[in-house]
Design a protein around this ligand. Structure first.
Ligand code: SAM
Length: 213
């Protein structure tokens, strides 16, 4: 999967996407990350990307011309890519949505900044996605959260022991049961007896019961 991110702050992405599983996914050529600097599409000598909102109000909005030009540039690399706009007004990201997106061939993700963006960009966007009911300063962290949740679901990214099939929300609602590792006793807290019993039937029953809590 090729993931192209349109952002004013490409440097924010490397430390996150070039670490651990997200890096391994790239190393295994299961995913490719490309950063498109919105500033490169800014207008005039000063490469302007923002302007004040019509109708008044605080803050600045990303202008439509650089946004359209950046998306068109990304589409030239990949005309079938799904275009996603990060916005608190979008559909809230869920595991089911991430699973669906992990089956896409390619993605283009637009990160808003300042007070947001000129609404006309929505006309060339396939999905508007929010990471929750709170407001961050920009779409970069939301985009990284979306990328992390999508990339780890691409077949071959996680090892068998990390199978995404038995995780929290893999069926849309159920959360994972509590897990323990060595030592058996730590600061006076013991691992539940049943997990030490070797009785797989009882362990499965206990785990199922725990998921109801
Ligand atoms: N004025 C906007 C509002 O009230 O909805 C908030 C703009 S926010 C400061 C700037 C950008 O950050 C947004 O355009 C969006 O790209 C991104 N952003 C902030 N919070 C987000 C969230 N919860 N989910 C997705 N993107 C978010």
């Amino acid at each position: 999967m090729k993931i192209q991110v349109i952002t004013l702050f490409p440097e924010m992405f490397k430390p996150v996407l070039e670490t651990s599983m997200l890096f391994k996914a790239k190393d295994k050529k299961l995913v490719e990350y490309l950063y498109i600097n919105l500033r490169d599409f800014g207008l005039g000598n000063r490469k302007t990307v923002d302007d004040t909102p019509y109708g008044g109000g605080d803050g600045m909005l990303l202008k439509p011309e650089p946004l359209f030009a950046a998306v068109e540039y990304a589409k030239e690399q990949d005309s079938k890519a799904k275009v996603i706009l990060m916005t608190p007004r979008g559909k809230t990201l869920t595991q089911a949505m991430s699973k669906k997106l992990s089956k896409e061939k390619d993605l283009i993700i637009i990160c808003g900044r300042y007070e947001g963006y000129d609404e006309r960009i929505a006309s060339i966007v396939d999905e508007q996605v929010s990471i929750g009911e709170y407001v961050l300063t920009g779409g970069e962290l939301p985009a990284m959260i979306l990328i992390d949740s999508v990339v780890r679901l691409i077949p071959g990214v996680l090892g068998g022991e990390n199978s995404a099939e038995i995780e929290s929300f893999s069926d849309g609602k159920t959360k994972e049961f509590p897990q323990y590792t060595r030592p058996e006793k730590f600061k006076g807290m013991k691992v539940p007896e049943v997990l030490l019993s070797g009785n797989h039937g009882e362990i499965a029953k206990w785990r199922k019961n725990q998921q109801k809590n």
